[in-house]
Ligand binder design. Structure first.
Ligand code: ATP
Length: 469
């Protein structure tokens, strides 16, 4: 036993009654380890294994929920003397959440009922695909798999609902691999903030840090890890704010939708698992052939959706969890930094005092660190474009009769040598090659190309890169 473990202060235990959850919020420079000692527990639908230390960091806010009751053990709050090498680099790491409490009121029963309804839709779709309907099947019932759009105001818990529903589907043991689509550019998903992405999910998505709220994708996880199976399709929007360039946003969502529908034309078994779309707070699109809209805790939005789509789609209002945390602007900015850092360097969460062995979402700690390389590339070998002009006045502000010189969708070539090119420290999406056939090319082709990696422009000439897939 190491000296740290010998001198560790008493650890705290929480005994959770059935259908309750332990909620916690971490400050910067705080990491927490939680161990399931007895019973069954899950974090946003991903089950915890008994006896393993689960590590949380980067201002994570989450909840450990239990259906049957459980006991969880927390990492010790303080340790006066410790010599962990990672800790010595970050002096103020403590092991205690700034907020922690147990709640007996959770919307998990409602979410579980939804999951059961979606499960029935998947089973009916699979039976229809194999031409083997059950005897008691209502012939008039739809055989469409669930294609779900999750709507709601900011901070209503939309991403969390998506995660819970996807995790329950994966855990059902039927071999489902639902597609999770993230069209919230402020979220980052499996790529950098500013990206829109979609990936079929094969194993439960862990929660450990807001730096990768949907788990690590193949680009950031070694092949031995289960999260390595996440191969996202990514488009680059380049802004966190959806209103910045709505035309571009629509185009990219349409591209993502077309790609998903093309995949389903060939992968009919995969199609049966359905899809779940996580949205930003201002969203409306039919690119994904949605058949269910979930409105998270917003009466007025629910009524509006019922009125507009109620005759063609199923619109369901679902309760918002009291545990959802209001995330302010500065927190979101910090999360963007964590996300970009994690994309390039992998996930590094220092272990809290007194903990020597822990896992991140159940995966070994050491395996999640990347070693990116720096490469010097001549600007002559790169073509850099900005979509639309940097600062664009609305069309209504132009003189009467004047047309815009640069449209919102126009790729404008950037000369990196020009002062004010705005490239220093910028994040650039590295796009898939254009059509090799010159005759098939068109002006706005780069808007339709997917992302293969990201670049960061450092000191005007140095570029760091990491591959997507
Ligand atoms: N039951 C809960 N207990 C504790 N924290 C929670 C709970 N549910 C959600 N959270 C946390 O609240 C925060 C906001 O939730 P989430 O990201 O799901 O909301 P959102 O509606 O998708 O946000 P956005 O406005 O970015 O679209 C996240 O940090 C999430 O981990």
């Amino acid at each position: 036993m190491s000296t740290e473990e010998k001198s560790a202060p008493a650890t705290k235990e929480w005994h959770l009654e059935p259908e309750t959850e332990y909620r916690f919020e971490l400050d910067p420079d705080t990491s927490l380890a939680i161990k399931l000692v007895r019973g069954y527990a899950e974090i946003f639908g991903a089950e915890l294994a008994e006896g393993k230390q689960y590590l949380f960091g980067s201002e994570c806010k989450a909840a450990v929920f239990t259906w049957q009751g459980c006991t969880i053990q927390m990492s010790p709050p303080h340790l006066p003397m410790f010599s962990n090498t990672i800790l010595t680099r970050r002096k103020h790491v403590t092991g205690q959440p700034s907020t922690e409490y147990v709640s007996e009121e959770t919307p998990m029963a409602a979410y579980a009922n939804l999951h059961i309804a979606f499960e029935q839709m998947r089973v009916r779709a699979l039976r229809a695909l194999h031409g083997s309907p059950a005897h008691d099947d209502d012939p008039s019932a739809s055989t469409e798999p669930p294609r779900v759009l999750v709507l709601g105001p900011e901070n209503s818990g939309k991403t969390t609902v998506c995660k819970i529903l996807v995790n329950y589907a994966v855990r059902a043991g039927q071999g489902w691999s639902p597609l999770l689509v993230n069209v919230d550019p402020s979220e980052g998903g499996w790529a950098a903030p500013g990206a829109l992405s979609a990936a079929p999910v094969h194993s439960p998505l862990p929660t450990s840090s807001p730096a990768n709220p949907l788990g690590s994708a193949a680009s950031s996880a070694p092949t031995a890890l289960s999260s390595n199976a996440l191969l996202p399709l990514v488009y680059w929007y380049g802004h966190a704010e959806t209103r910045r360039n709505p035309l571009l946003m629509d185009r990219l969502i349409r591209n993502l939708g077309d790609n998903v529908n093309d995949k389903y034309d060939f992968d009919t078994e995969g199609k049966v698992s359905g899809l779940i779309v996580d949205t930003p707070s201002s969203f409306g699109s039919d690119a994904f052939k949605i058949n269910v809209i979930l409105v998270v805790g917003h009466e007025k939005l629910n009524v509006e959706m019922q009125r507009t789509y109620g005759s063609e789609l199923t619109v369901v209002k679902i309760p918002k969890s009291g545990g959802v945390v209001e995330l302010d602007h500065s927190y979101r900015e910090r999360v963007h930094k964590y996300q970009l850092h994690t994309y390039m360097y992998g996930q590094i969460i220092p272990t809290p005092p007194g903990i020597t062995q822990a896992t991140v979402g159940g995966e070994a700690l050491t395996e999640l660190t990347l070693a990116p390389s720096s490469t010097v590339i001549s600007f002559d070998d790169l073509s850099i474009f900005r979509i639309g002009a940097e600062t664009m006045a609305p069309s209504s502000a132009l003189p009467i009769g004047a047309a815009r010189v640069v449209s919102e969708m126009q790729p404008v070539p950037i000369d990196p040598a020009q002062p004010g090119s705005g490239l220093l420290n910028a994040v650039l999406g590295l796009l898939a090659p254009p059509n090799p056939d010159e005759n098939e090319r068109y002006d706005e082709e780069i808007l339709d190309l997917t992302v293969t990696g990201f670049l960061i422009m450092c000191a005007g000439f140095l570029i760091t890169t990491s591959g997507m897939n």
